[in-house]
Design a protein around this ligand. Structure first.
Ligand SMILES: Nc1ncnc2c1ncn2[C@@H]1O[C@H](COP(=O)(O)OP(=O)(O)OP(=O)(O)O)[C@@H](O)[C@H]1O
Length: 252
């Protein structure tokens, strides 16, 4: 569980997250949504201890983030940054195995291979990563993330570069991790997919938490209109049907 109280985050002279209080429960898939520049990445970085907070507290699994050593944090959590840079042209399996700290070479290879299977890359394990497509490379990095077996996962736009089937499959995989007892937070731009797969939505706008709850509650008519500048409605289940006509700019 992640417990955040009155969090402020500054970037230079600007406050990019203000007075944010949130509790991300274990066992649920949480999606942070909001327009460009809303503060999603800043919040995820702060949770991972990669961005200092100007005020407030962040507790991870009962521990104050600031009291955890780098090693303790690394054992507890896994982070997928928004920028996906792969510096070296290693084999896919060697990249995935970077997530397996503490295992013997043989176990780490076996574990990495299992995660490549989950990500549909079993036949690409021995391929150099630079020879893979953009979406396949993205899936190698997701395999590395899964290989950590962390208790907390923070993923910044994990669906980037994935085709529609893999976007859904990835959200199912993350949901399964949550059900197994992990805390999983993703930032995501596709609010339709977020509504369909996430247990809880957290809506950020200009650094403030403006709504949260199950998708039908968090994505009220007002939020759709005022935050996202669109209209839409929930049909059966959690299917959000978005009106194809965008609202005129600043119509809210
Ligand atoms: N390095 C930086 N220096 C100064 N301001 C920054 C920096 N990085 C981000 N910001 C500002 O912080 C605010 C929040 O940015 P952030 O990246 O957290 O938003 P986001 O919700 O993740 O956006 P997006 O959906 O576009 O990825 C924005 O106004 C942005 O301009």
């Amino acid at each position: 569980m992640i417990d955040i109280r009155n969090l402020d985050i500054d970037m230079g002279r600007s406050r990019v997250v203000s007075k944010l209080t949130a509790r991300f429960e274990t066992g649920r898939l949480h999606a942070i949504i909001g327009p460009n520049g809303a503060g999603k990445t800043s919040l995820l970085k702060a949770i991972c201890g990669l961005l200092p907070s100007a005020a407030g507290t962040i507790r991870l699994a009962g521990h104050d983030l600031s009291a955890l050593s780098l090693q303790e944090r690394a054992r507890l959590m896994a982070y997928l940054p928004q920028e996906r840079t792969i510096a070296w042209d290693l084999k896919a399996i060697d990249i995935a195995a970077l997530g397996c700290a503490g295992l013997s070479a043989e176990d780490s290879r076996r574990h990495a291979q299992q995660q490549l299977v989950v990500m549909g890359l079993s036949d690409k394990a021995e391929n150099s990563v630079f020879s893979l497509s953009g979406g396949q490379r993205a899936r190698v990095l997701l395999a590395r993330l899964l290989a950590t077996d962390a208790k907390i996962y923070c993923l910044d736009e994990p669906l980037t570069a994935l085709d529609p089937a893999w976007q859904r499959r990835m959200l199912e995989v993350l949901k399964a991790r949550a059900v197994q007892g992990c805390t999983v937070i993703v930032s995501i731009h596709d609010i339709g997919l977020a509504a369909q797969f996430a247990d809880d939505l957290w809506v950020l706008d200009q650094g403030r938490l403006v709504a949260h709850g199950v998708p039908e509650v968090a994505l009220s008519d007002d939020v759709l209109r005022q935050v996202f500048n669109i209209t839409g409605m929930f049909t059966d289940g959690r299917h959000l049907r978005i009106d194809p006509k965008a609202l005129p700019e600043h119509s809210a």
